[in-house]
Design a protein around this ligand. Structure first.
Ligand code: NDP
Length: 277
């Protein structure tokens, strides 16, 4: 059996087209501000793609580039300025930030009503209590992809590999809300292979090239690969050994073209919601 491909690029295009139509009907044009500190090449690409998508949708968009030696106080002052600007509905600080800046302080300073990345403890708490807040974009995008398979999720055994605040932890909560039985694996997990072999849904969010072996995948599983890893030869691969996993899974996401475009689409959805509020 060869898995069906979950085409994140196509789904994201569908979602963003609908958002562009909705944005036109709003009294206020959605506005997204993205802050980039330093010149990390991968972050530059992500920030550029977010900006291009915002513009394509007819949103207002600001990119604020700060030098790598920016102090924490300077960055927090910029965040507060955006908090106070009524034209700005969504604020995103691209992580990682340089070492002199504490990520937690940045997250805590963003107005939770403008926290379109869903990282503020208030939004994380709302998600944990199944209440209405901003959900982090990548796990929200993964849920959209899972829904598009048309497969029932209730009662199924899922594994999330990776426990970051940005991806793994909110992912666990969203799957639990769909009544999955969820295992959360991390770097101290014993027998990862055994856990993956039992899972009907596998979400890999580690950042280690092809660490989830195709042979571990339970036949018929849904496999979502969040990882983005650049090999020495320049190729981008995920956390899952794609070719081998594809022979066993029922559905699988490619890298690139799977979760990545969905993350941006969900960022645009959150920004529109922030403008609607
Ligand atoms: P983090 O580095 O914050 O977290 C990685 C997690 O993987 C940690 O919880 C770590 O465990 C766990 N881990 C590390 N080694 C192992 C191992 N051998 N076995 C099991 N678990 C392990 O990464 P992020 O969550 O931010 O991102 C994960 C990946 O997803 C990255 O490749 C990133 O580039 C990608 N990403 C992609 C996005 C997209 O739009 N497609 C968006 C965001 C991220 P521990 O906690 O014990 O250290």
């Amino acid at each position: 059996m060869s898995a069906r491909i979950l085409d994140g690029k196509a789904v994201a295009a569908e979602i963003t087209a609908a958002l562009a139509d909705r944005a036109k009907t709003l009294a206020e044009t959605p506005g997204l501000a993205v802050i980039l500190v330093g010149e990390d090449p991968a972050s530059q690409v992500y920030v550029r793609n977010k900006g291009k998508t915002a513009e394509r949708l007819g949103y207002r968009h600001w990119q604020i580039d700060l030098p790598a030696d920016t102090t924490e106080d300077r960055l927090l002052a910029e965040v507060r300025r955006l908090n106070d600007d009524p034209k700005v509905h969504g604020i995103l600080v691209q992580f990682p930030v340089p070492k002199q800046i504490r990520q937690e302080r940045v997250v805590d300073t963003i107005d939770p009503r403008k926290d379109v990345d869903g990282l503020h403890p208030r939004n994380a708490g709302l998600l944990a209590q199944r209440r209405d807040g901003f959900v982090p974009c990548t796990p929200a995008g993964v849920m959209e992809l899972l829904k598009r398979t048309g497969e029932p999720l209730s009662g199924r055994d899922a594994i999330v590999i990776g426990r970051s605040n940005l991806v793994g932890k909110p992912m666990v909560q969203l799957l639990e809300q769909m009544d999955c039985t969820v295992t959360l694996a991390h770097s101290r997990t014993r027998d990862l292979a055994g856990h993956v072999q039992r899972a009907e849904i596998v979400i890999a969010a580690v950042g280690r090239a092809e660490m989830v072996k195709g042979a571990w995948i339970r036949p018929g599983a849904l496999v979502i690969d969040v990882g983005i890893n650049r090999l020495p030869d320049g190729r981008l691969v995920g956390d899952v050994e794609f070719a081998a996993a594809r022979e066993r899974a029922a559905w699988i996401t490619p890298v690139p073209g799977g979760v990545g475009p969905m993350t941006i689409a969900m960022l645009m959805a959150n920004t529109l919601r922030a403008a609607q509020r």
